[in-house]
Design a protein around this ligand. Structure first.
Ligand SMILES: CC(C)(COP(=O)(O)OP(=O)(O)OC[C@H]1O[C@@H](n2cnc3c(N)ncnc32)[C@H](O)[C@@H]1OP(=O)(O)O)[C@@H](O)C(=O)NCCC(=O)NCCS
Length: 278
């Protein structure tokens, strides 16, 4: 396994692992928007470290949740991006946190065929070495948050293994800090909750960012399926700008009448279920 930071002309390796094989065509626009996001944020200090695996001798591999996939579907120019970690100076992040001189992890993702083979560990260790000149690093992780009922979404216990400690909390989302020596704890920017609404139409706000191709896709489906119903007053809020995130305290999620229903990226099925219950 080789781990290295991507150059601007290699960002295809930062989007390929994000999309299940077979879903690439549907996600085409979301993928190119994510690439643009990364390119723009690179100027603000964003880094993506990728764990590359050689193609090896196999032709097909089991991709949990998808089925058998070919080597070709997972690789690009003879290399398989098995996992990535994306991070940025905390002052520039589009996630709802404030702090200083810390590296903030936007996401870590290892593709399912490579789970439990120490790819995540190698990425974390490499990341901590690369950022050791800072005061520390931080992440928003989740406790017992099962995504699609099939994987733990940014699991808090994974980051604990590497010495990250809780410094803030909003329900089951946990702000964690790895102190490299002299770090000042960061803080969550919380969203304002609303009071019961007497309006006839529910005020629904869906938060999405081009940082995540999947969120683009869910936003598109929400607009298509619920944009014209008379029951809801729907607003899609793009959170690519830190100012927007500071105002709402959310990067990904769903609010109804100013009450937060999800404060992370929800799956389409989760959103649909909630919307249908309005
Ligand atoms: C969490 C994740 C990064 C772990 O990657 P991995 O390569 O399977 O982990 P590793 O094999 O390197 O494991 C390193 C350690 O973490 C532990 N670990 C792995 N997955 C874990 C999990 N889900 N929860 C808690 N601990 C976990 C391992 O047991 C191991 O500990 P040990 O050395 O004491 O045995 C991976 O499962 C993943 O990408 N999950 C989804 C993360 C996500 O939601 N990303 C945002 C969406 S884009």
């Amino acid at each position: 396994m080789e781990i290295r930071e991507l150059e601007t002309d290699e960002l295809d390796y930062a989007v390929l692992p994000c999309v299940d094989p077979g879903f690439k065509r549907t996600m085409k626009q979301g993928i190119s928007l994510r690439k643009e996001f990364l390119m723009k944020m690179k100027k603000e200090g964003l880094s993506v470290l990728v764990a590359f695996e050689d193609e090896g001798k196999w032709e097909k591999i089991d991709y949990p949740g998808v089925g058998e996939v070919t080597l070709e579907e997972l690789s690009l120019k003879g290399k398989i991006p098995a996992g990535l970690i994306e991070y940025v100076p905390i002052e520039k992040t589009i996630f709802p946190v404030k702090g200083e001189n810390l590296a903030f992890i936007h996401c870590i993702w290892v593709i399912p065929p490579y789970w439990k083979k120490k790819v995540g560990q190698a990425l974390m260790e490499n990341f901590m070495t690369k950022t050791s000149h800072l005061s520390g690093s931080a992440v928003i992780a989740y406790e017992r948050e099962s995504w699609w009922g099939f994987f733990d979404y940014m699991p808090e216990c994974f980051f604990s293994k590497f010495g990250f400690k809780e410094v803030g909390r909003n329900g089951n989302s946990v702000l964690m800090l790895k102190n490299y020596g002299n770090a000042k704890p960061p803080a969550l920017i919380l969203s304002r909750t609303g009071s019961a609404s007497s309006a006839k139409r529910a005020k629904v706000e869906f938060f999405w960012s081009t940082q995540c191709s999947y969120s683009w896709w869910v936003a598109k489906l929400v607009a298509k399926e619920f944009g014209k119903t008379t029951k809801v007053d729907l607003k899609l809020i793009n959170t690519d700008r830190r100012k927007t995130v500071q105002k709402f305290g959310l990067t990904f999620g769903l609010r109804i009448n100013a009450n937060t229903i999800f404060n992370r990226m929800p799956s389409w099925d989760e959103v649909k279920k909630v919307m249908k219950s309005i």
